[in-house]
Structure formats: C-alpha cells, structure tokens
Write a protein that binds this ligand. Structure first.
Ligand SMILES: Cc1ncc(COP(=O)(O)O)c(C=O)c1O
Ligand SMILES: [Zn+2]
Length: 383
C-alpha cells in the first residue's frame, strides 16, 4: 500500500491513517488521503491497466487498503463512457453512465473503498445520513463486509431507496427533515451507539473511491482531458475526488497541466454552491427551505463547500441551477434520444448544458462530459 498519511484539506495538519479518523482534529474540516505516487508509479502504469480487472480496484496502488487485504467489492466502477450525438450533434458530448454500478449509482465507488478501510481498521457499526443512494450503497457494502449499517434518511426519500436499504439488512431511520437533520441525529447518538460516521467527506475514503471517476474518464478518453465536465453536486465528493485524481495523474506523469472547466449543477430549490459561486464567496451558507425531486441534490449545507468553490474557480468553470420540471422534461428527451433512463440529478446536467451553451460558457465543438450519477428507476415517483 502506498497511502502514507491523511492531511487536512484546510489547515494541512497530518493525521495517522492507521486508525479510524473522521474530520481534522484541529479545525474539523475534511481529511484527504496522501499517496506516495513515486512508489505507486513503479507498478501502476498506463499500459498495464488494460490487463487488469474492470472494477475500480484496478487502480489499487493509488487507493488505500494494504495489498494483502481483500477489498469489499461488488464490481463497482468500470462504467461505460457513451457518446451522445443525438442530444447535441454540434458538441463532442459524452455521458459517463454511473447507473451501471452496484446499487445503480456512483455512490458504490465511495462506499466500496470507505467500507473496506472501515472494516480493516476495526469498525463494526457504520452510520450514514443519506439522500437515498448513499444509504443503498452503504447497506450493500456493509452487508458484504458483515458489518452493521445504520441509515438515516429524510422521510420523503424515494421509496426505492428506503426499500433497498431495508432489504439489504440495514437499520433504517426516517427523519422528518433534511439530510442535515439526519447528520445531526447521527452526531448526537454515535458515541453512545459506537457508530463510525461514514458521512460524505467526514471520513477520508469515500472521496478516494470517487476519485476513480477521474482516473477512468481520462483513461477512456485515451489519456486526454475534456474541455468541460458537468457534475450534479450535493456534497461534492465526485467533484473533489476527480480534481484530486487529475493532480495525482499529473504527478504520475500521465497527463499534463490542462484541466477541464468544472461545472457544479444544482437544483433551483437547493443551490447553495451556485449562490456562493455567483456571490464570489469562499464558503456557502445553508440554503433555506431546500426542496427538489433530485433528492441527491437536496444538500443545503456541505462540509466540502470551500473545496468545491475553489475547484470551480481554479478550473474557470462555474455553477448552474435548474428547475425540477426541466429535469423531468429534458430527462425524457434524453431517454428517447439516447436510450438512457437517467436519474433527475443526471438529467439536471443536460438542462444545465443547454443553459451554459446559451450563456456561451460552453461552445460548439467542445468535448463535454456529463455524469449520469444514477438510474431513473429509483425515482419512479418523480417521473
Ligand atoms: C444520484 C445522485 N447524484 C448526485 C449526488 C450528489 O453527489 P455528491 O454528494 O458527490 O455531490 C447524489 C447524492 O446523494 C446522488 O444520489
Ligand atoms: Zn485542519
């Protein structure tokens, strides 16, 4: 294993990886894993990736978990990158279809890595606040690992997510409130219950799983970067993870300095990052009365807000908010044209694409990648 330590994303304080860690012990911001990339590069080479397994564990050297330990895996990652010519024929548009992951969303990536490490480091009971898909993924990976899963979701989470969690053996608690209220309930009870809090960015390894989105994408584009990436943003783990992956790949000598313009897509009913970006703020304030059918985007306050905003600015990208009605309308249009039943979060990116083109933030001929983060099949009520 080439993981050397954990580093605070805000104050830089180093933390030991060999025990269960949540936030920075000094400033309570997210910790990020640091890997000895020079050593990792001795065995991890672009050429020999083709002969490895398809799951995200093919990038083993840049992931945590000692080499002799079996990961908790259900075959996550290795999802297709599909061209979308019929949706936009004057763009070089691609869809990374994450609905093909175990439990039908990209949350599987983060949970495979985080649950693997949590189990290795001795956790027995894992707790997560979830908009839906993270709960389903935790339930699956905890079951696979033989650990307890405790999932806290808003009462109006899509039915499919709730049923899935229960059928996978998780302890499900429905809360009258938002994901932030779920998180508060876990924070209140976790010490007594001996739960390890596996909330997004409140432990260091979900983002490591999510960073494989970046590694895979660049590999699928034959070691080039697109001009722009549109990402449906709640907690922002994928955005932060991909950005980390690009930096790591540059250090590995796999790519150059070019970065895509990163765009965070949110719902008009819950757009804290869009608001903060437009106001030129470094952090986002809690979005009042958050509501949207894209349940994964209903995150009124994210602990990684400052990291996301930094990425949007550094990449010269931006942020866009879209209406629920448009998500359904454009999701349908995309389905009929491209054959994908996307989640409303994914559909939101196609609405945002139209908006960004009208605002000249994206121009004809550019190579654009949209992340469809989950399957429409989990959102039957919304459709
Ligand atoms: C389908 C879907 N898309 C996007 C998101 C937002 O992901 P992130 O927290 O990485 O920003 C979620 C989170 O729940 C989700 O379930
Ligand atoms: Zn710190």
């Amino acid at each position: 294993m080439f993981l050397t330590h954990l580093e605070c994303s805000a104050c830089g304080l180093k933390h030991d990886w060999s025990r269960l860690q949540n936030l920075c012990l000094s400033c309570h911001k997210p910790l990020l894993a640091r890997v000895d990339l020079a050593k990792a590069a001795r065995t991890l080479k672009r050429e020999n990736l083709t002969t490895r397994e398809r799951s995200l564990w093919r990038f083993r050297e840049v992931l945590p978990l000692p080499g002799e330990v079996e990961p908790v895996s259900l075959g996550e990652g290795g999802t297709p990158l599909l061209s979308a010519k019929r949706f936009a024929d004057d763009l070089d548009l691609w869809i990374k279809d994450e609905s093909l992951n175990p439990t039908q969303s990209f949350k599987a990536r983060g949970m495979s890595v985080a649950v693997s490490m949590a189990k290795y480091l001795g956790a027995k009971k894992l707790a997560v606040p979830s908009a839906g898909n993270a709960g389903g993924a935790l339930a699956a990976y905890a079951a696979r690992a033989g650990l307890e899963a405790h999932v806290f979701m808003p009462r109006d989470t899509p039915r499919a997510n709730v049923i899935e969690c229960r059928e996978l053996g998780a302890h499900v608690t429905l809360i009258d409130g938002l994901i932030t209220d779920c998180a508060a309930e876990i924070a209140r009870r976790k010490a007594n219950e001996e739960w390890f809090d596996i909330s997004t960015l409140k432990e260091p390894y979900r983002v490591e799983g999510k960073k494989t989105l970046g590694y895979e994408l660049v590999e699928q584009l034959n070691w080039t970067l697109p001009d722009a990436i549109l990402y449906p943003t709640g907690g922002g783990t994928g955005l932060i993870g991909m950005w980390k992956a690009f930096d790591e790949m540059e250090t590995l000598g796999w790519i150059g300095k070019k970065r895509p313009r990163m765009f965070a897509v949110q719902a008009s009913g819950c757009a804290p990052i869009v608001r903060a970006f437009e106001a030129g703020k470094e952090m986002a304030t809690e979005f009042p009365d958050a509501h949207t059918i894209a349940s994964g985007l209903r995150v009124p306050k994210a602990i990684g807000d400052f990291l996301m905003l930094e990425i949007l600015r550094e990449s010269r990208g931006g942020a866009a908010a879209v209406d629920d009605g448009d998500m359904i309308r454009v999701g349908r249009e995309l389905g009929a044209k491209e054959g994908l039943f996307v989640c409303p979060e994914g559909a939101a990116c196609f609405v945002a694409l139209n908006l960004l083109r009208r605002n000249r933030k994206i121009s004809s001929g550019e190579r654009v990648v949209i992340f469809n983060t989950g399957s429409g099949i989990k959102y039957l009520e919304a459709y």
